[in-house]
Design a protein around this ligand. Structure first.
Ligand SMILES: [Zn+2]
Length: 365
């Protein structure tokens, strides 16, 4: 399995200029390679391959036409184009009405480049700095130890701040087994409700973040287009977004860690089921956040040898544990069953139904 570990870089002024330059050169190579592909394609659907382009790299570099210092990183840029273009050709082949031609990237938007193998143009120095070819020896904040086998190294710029991302191969360590089982209902009012009745509230930063983002957004809107002050406001907005994303990711990591540590079988809703019931439709607003949470949950469950099962959420908000239909509108937060007399919080009932469906899918009932 792979995991990403990200650390903040503290480049000097000269190193920042060098990083910007390397990124700019990667972007230039990307656009030039894309240009060549477009021309070949427009000349009659002839498509270039990765090696057609990679074979030119040596000459281009020998002629001094490329400032991207590491050869393998240059190859990686071409592989990126190759991937993008193949996806485009697949869409064309599938008859997509708008296949979405791969686009040129602006220097501002192009925000990362990758060293595809550790030790080739990138390594740790004896004093704990990160050496990057073409940039130098960078200071890094090692907020947690870099463990495991490093595969690739990606350098990225986010809201004017530089980071290094290590992709690391690791083997999951199975946790001791547990009989405990849980169903999870993600909700609109609380972040999630468990079949045990426990609720996980939305973190308090959530509301605060929305206010902060709105203010930053308004500041951008007030500034004149193309002006330097607008650029500054945009960076502040990007920073605010990044901050929220970090907080959310942190919350997702901690919550999924607790769940995986506690339960041996975890049942969740499958958010990808088409034709969701009315209750789920309103939830789709939050899908992105929940998918990110479920992905982290799935990765941790797999690494720990836990069972994660996804169930079709249809009906889980409209049925009773006894099987009788109990229709509820979105605003009805309480479940009252006329058939069996069950009276409970709506999401608690849903979570129990999700667990039941999960267990029957696994044949554990
Ligand atoms: Zn009932």
């Amino acid at each position: 399995m792979r995991k990403m570990m990200q650390y903040r870089l503290y480049p000097t002024e000269a190193q920042t200029a060098a990083l910007d330059d390397q990124l700019g050169e990667a972007c230039r190579l990307y656009n030039a390679a894309l240009q060549e592909r477009r021309e070949a394609y427009q000349r009659g659907g002839l498509s270039l391959h990765y090696y057609d382009q990679a074979n030119q790299l040596k000459d281009i570099r020998a002629a001094g036409n490329l400032g991207l210092a590491n050869f393998s990183a240059s190859q990686d840029v071409l592989r990126r184009i190759d991937k993008t273009f193949k996806a485009f050709l697949r869409r064309v082949k599938a008859g997509a009405s708008k296949p979405g031609y791969p686009r040129f990237k602006s220097r501002r938007r192009f925000d990362s480049y990758t060293f595809p193998s550790w030790g080739d143009g990138c390594r740790l120095t004896a004093v704990g700095r990160l050496y990057l070819q073409g940039v130098g020896h960078l200071q890094v904040t090692w907020h947690r130890p870099l463990e495991g086998q490093v595969k690739t190294v990606t350098v990225k710029r986010q809201a004017g701040t530089w980071f290094v991302c290590f992709s690391i191969a690791y083997e999951g360590e199975a946790l001791p087994g547990t009989e405990a089982r849980v169903g999870i209902d993600v909700g609109l009012t609380d972040f999630a409700t468990l079949s045990t009745g426990e609720t996980i509230p939305n973190p308090r930063y959530y509301r605060k973040a929305q206010g902060t983002l709105r203010i930053a957004q308004r500041r951008v809107a007030r500034r004149k287009r193309g002006g330097r002050n607008r650029r500054k406001a945009v960076v502040l907005l990007q920073k605010a977004h990044a901050h929220v994303q970090n907080q959310r990711a942190d919350f997702h990591h901690k919550t999924s860690r607790t769940l995986v540590d506690t339960y041996g079988v975890i049942a969740v809703e499958d958010l990808h089921v088409k034709g969701l019931a009315s209750g789920m439709l309103a939830k789709s607003v939050h899908d992105a956040g929940w998918s990110a949470f479920f992905n982290k949950l799935a990765a941790k469950a797999e690494a720990a040898g836990r069972l994660l099962v996804k169930v079709n959420p249809r009906g889980t908000s409209q049925t009773c544990l006894c099987g009788a239909p109990v229709p509820k509108t979105l605003s009805q937060r309480w479940h009252e069953c006329a058939a069996c007399g069950l009276s409970a919080a709506r999401d608690h009932v849903s979570a129990q139904l999700i667990l039941g469906l999960g267990l029957s899918l696994l044949g554990l009932t």
